[in-house]
Write a protein that binds this ligand. Structure first.
Ligand SMILES: Cc1ncc(COP(=O)(O)O)c(C=O)c1O
Length: 405
């Protein structure tokens, strides 16, 4: 039995057999190519959200498809009991492209952050120092596991599941005094997103992150940089920290790293790597031949097609066009972000979910975050004409909305 091209049956089965934790839009995609997705009826959509910052090299990129197909024919999985050439190669590539000396692989962003949290605590434990508190930002998002909901600075994600893991303190984002006041002799790490993606695309202030780095150095506190959404080229640099002239001690990646094949990575310096000793941590699937081969292919494509520069260039172009729309339409409150991670916040008159639904109808995919912001995180291969088709559609919608007022 196949229900592949049947939206009605898909919805029916979903409501009967899938745990109802998502509220899907009224569409199912069956195919993708480049920056576009196609639904069960064959309708084409420009994917301006890229599977939530995941489809970094677009849909069905021939090199990624070839790598995944060829590796599947050879070996999908064998476990970490053995050396895995593609895992070693990926660790090498990530370390050479970043501040890091060592990499650990897992299967998702939350798992990468779990590894980072354990590493930070383990680092002080193995040195015989009692430091375990981790300071994170209010409105941050670090994942859905029991550890990462404790790290996440939004009560709505943890309240129903209390008691959560202790030892996490949440402070106002971009407020250095709040951070200084929260530091104790038990503080092991500060964990931050450099652009808070899930709560509205809110960038860190450059002065703040530099001051955070300085304080961490002075007080022997580790800086964990959650680049699950911002990493691997998305913001117009390979890693977002490069914009600020600082280096983290630990960095987490996931989303775009393997272009849609599930993977997470936790990277750290040699010094900090002592925090996880043999047997302290692991993952059955993490770093398996299929996922790491896909990630190697994605990194090659990003390099060969200069997609970091493209994200910077097309991101600037898109930002300029959106800022022009903001000038023209007062209902746009703010446009924020870097590279190809952009949030458009509307005045309360326009709800983000309504805007998302209208754009869907016109053939454009975005995400709605909170009540008033839509987020764009398209594939890094996005072209200027594609970006322009989005802003033209948005302009038409806003014009129509103006007329109907
Ligand atoms: C910054 C950040 N950290 C962690 C996560 C969790 O990643 P995952 O959903 O792969 O567990 C996300 C997901 O949106 C994220 O944006």
């Amino acid at each position: 039995m196949s229900i592949e091209n049947d939206l009605y049956l898909t919805k029916d089965y979903d409501s009967k057999y899938c745990l109802q934790v998502f509220k899907p839009l009224n569409v199912a995609f069956v195919r993708g190519s480049g920056s576009y997705l196609y639904d069960t009826e064959g309708k084409k959509y420009l994917d301006m959200i890229g599977g939530i910052a995941v489809n970094s090299v677009g849909h069905a990129h021939p090199k990624l498809v070839k790598a995944v197909v060829e590796q599947s024919r050879k070996l999908i999985h064998c476990s970490n009991y053995y050396y895995i050439p593609s895992r070693s190669e990926l660790a090498y590539k990530l370390c050479k492209s970043s501040f890091a000396d060592k990499a650990f692989f897992c299967n998702s962003g939350a798992e990468a952050n779990e590894a980072a949290i354990k590493l930070a605590r383990g680092y002080f434990y193995h040195k015989g120092i009692e430091k375990y508190e981790i300071i994170t930002a209010k409105m941050s998002f670090h994942g859905r596991t029991m550890g990462t909901i404790a790290a996440t600075g939004q009560a709505k994600f943890s309240k129903p599941f209390e008691p959560v893991t202790p030892g996490f303190i949440h402070v106002e984002f971009n407020d250095i005094d709040a951070l200084i006041n929260a530091i104790t002799d038990k503080t092991a790490a500060v964990m931050l997103e450099l652009i808070q993606g899930e709560s509205g695309v809110n960038p860190v202030s450059p002065d703040y992150i530099r001051a955070v780095r300085k304080i961490c150095n002075e007080k022997d506190i580790l800086l964990i940089d959650d680049e699950i959404q911002t990493g691997v080229g998305r913001t117009g640099k390979m890693y977002c920290y490069e914009h600020y002239g600082i280096l983290p001690d630990i960095m987490t990646l996931a989303k775009g790293l393997a272009g849609g094949v599930p993977i997470g990575a936790m990277l750290c310096t040699d010094e900090v790597a002592s925090g996880l000793q043999p047997g302290d941590h692991g993952s059955t699937f993490g770093g398996n031949p299929l996922a790491t081969t896909a990630a190697n292919a994605v990194l090659d494509i990003i390099r060969e097609e200069q997609l970091v520069a493209n994200a910077d260039d097309v991101g600037d172009y898109l930002m300029e066009k959106l800022q022009a729309l903001k000038k023209r339409f007062p209902v746009i409150h703010q446009v924020r972000g870097r590279g190809l991670l952009i949030g458009i916040e509307f005045e309360p008159l326009i709800s983000a979910s309504m805007m998302q639904a209208v754009l869907l109808e016109k053939g454009f995919l975005v995400s709605a975050i909170g009540n008033s912001t839509i987020r764009l995180a398209p594939p890094l291969i996005l072209t200027k004409p594609e970006a322009s088709s989005f802003t033209t559609a948005l302009e038409k919608i806003l014009k129509a909305q103006e007329k109907n007022k």
